[in-house]
Structures are given as structure tokens and as C-alpha cells.
Design a protein around this ligand. Sequence first.
Ligand code: NAD
Length: 283
Amino acid sequence: MSIRKVTVLGTGVLGSQIAFQTAFSGFEVTAYDINDDALKAANERFAKLVSIYRDEVDGAGDGKAEKAADSIVLTADLSEAVKDADLVIEAVPEVVKIKQETYQKLSELAPHRTIFATNSSTLLPSDLKDSTGRPDRFLALHFANDVWRYNTAEVMGTKDTDPEVFRAVAEFAEAIGMVPIELHKEKAGYVVNSLLVPLLNSAMALSAGGYADPEAVDKTWRIATGAPFGPFQMIDVIGLNTPYNILVNSDDDGKKLAAWLKENYIDKGKLGKSSGEGFYKYS
Ligand code: NAD
């Protein structure tokens, strides 16, 4: 099962990074998005990635990053995008209906051999497999934001995923410079968020409950475990809206934490590092 031609659906935050990293690693990449405006935004994202790779990634000088960006074929024609793909990586918005409709169209347009992988963070591949028309050739391949730096790729199939497809996708992940993390069965949150979400929630419960300030919580985590960052520093990097959106849709305790985040930070424009201030101030 050879993967050479890769199509990425959705060129937003993660899709643009996945497409760029894959092209940078020497694969033939097509990137699809819904209209010309989205494709224009994709080109701007690729231009930013060129300069990031030149600064941060070994071997990205001598025009290699520019070459990667130039090699990506951009299109708003789904049929054209997938007609010869070995692997389609789906990074469309985290909305079940959009994903299901995308897979229904894909199931008709892509060749039978094409493998489909979802980058969904919160949905299980089982939630989507019935729309794919090929549950044996479908699984999750979950990247982390800033793929060139935080290079895990969690590989998670359903009970219907063909083991050879699983293996081929794990090998592909390695070939584009990721560290494949293989899950033996489905788990909401994969490995990374199964660990991270409870940690971040516990940190917020300590501060929202008045037990300790964010700085004290972070200092404890850093000194006592040797970790480079505390949980509130991590939330500042992620952006406060992401935990807020998860908490506001969770149980009563979670809703209280969401209200605390909103009142003390989000409503004051403290959205995290990218806004200049979150739990900490950034110059
Ligand atoms: P985003 O909103 O930045 O990008 C989504 C892209 O999909 C946009 O370019 C949009 O134009 C396009 N789009 C909209 N409707 C579409 C359709 N019907 N078909 C094809 N494209 C369509 O979203 P994102 O943050 O890149 O997230 C995409 C996926 O990646 C989600 O499943 C998310 O859970 C997952 N993910 C995100 C992160 C993250 O940190 N942002 C990390 C890991 C995984």
C-alpha cells in the first residue's frame, strides 16, 4: 500500500500545516478548500509557514521551504482534488454535519483505493465511518498545532479499520517527520487530550476555587515535576477560548469554570498569548 499522492481537505490552521509539512517531506500534495477566498487565505498561510520553517526547521534554507509551498496544488474543485489521491486527510471544521457531508461526497468522488483520515480532535472515527462508504479504509490521524515543532501524530482506527491501512498511515506519518502514536482502540481525546484536559481543568479549579493563584499553580507544577511550563502557561498558548468552549458545554462544575474564565479573563480581552495577555502579560 503505497502513499505518494496526498490531498488535504480544509486549509485552515491545521490543514495548511499538514499540507505544508507533507509537501516539505517530498510528497505530492493537493489542498482543497471551499472557495477562492479560502484559497487566498491558504496561500497567505503557506507564505507564513515558509518564513517559520526557514527560521525553525533544519534543512529549510536553500529554497526548500519555498519549493514546498510552490509544489502544493490548490483547488476548490473537490472532484479534481481527490481523483488520484492515495490518502485524503480531512481537516474541515469540527462540525459533525460538515464532516459527514464531506465524507458522503468523498465516498463517491475518490477512487476505491483511497484511504481517508480525519484530523478531528473531539469526534471519534466511529462517529463518521458510516458516511465514508469504506470503513475499512478510514481512521483518525490527529496532529498537534504547530506540526513542525510538536510532531506527534496519533493514529486511531475503528474496529473496522483494516490493519494494513493502519500500518500504512502510521508509516506515512513517520515519513513526514511525525512521531506516530498508535492507539489500540478508540478513545475520546486520544492520548494527548486524555492527559492534558484533566490537568488544565484541575489547575483552573484550584484558582477559580480560591486555593492558589495561577502563578503559584504553575510554579508548583514546574518545580515539583521538572516540566518546562505550568498549566496556565499552556492555556495561554492554546488560547482561552478553546477550554472555554469545551467547559461551557460540559457538566455543572465545568460550566462554573467556564464562567470564571469568561468573567475574569475573556470579557477583559485576556485571550492568551496571541492577544498579548491571558493569565500572564506578553510583550
Ligand atoms: P479552521 O477553522 O482553522 O479551518 C477549517 C478549514 O476548513 C477552513 O479553511 C474552511 O474554509 C474549510 N472548510 C469549511 N467548510 C468546508 C467544507 N465543507 N469542506 C472543506 N473545507 C471546508 O479549523 P482547524 O483548527 O484547522 O481545525 C480543522 C480540524 O482539525 C478540526 O477537526 C479540528 O478538531 C482539528 N484539529 C485542530 C487543531 C487546532 O489546534 N486548531 C489541532 C488538532 C486537530
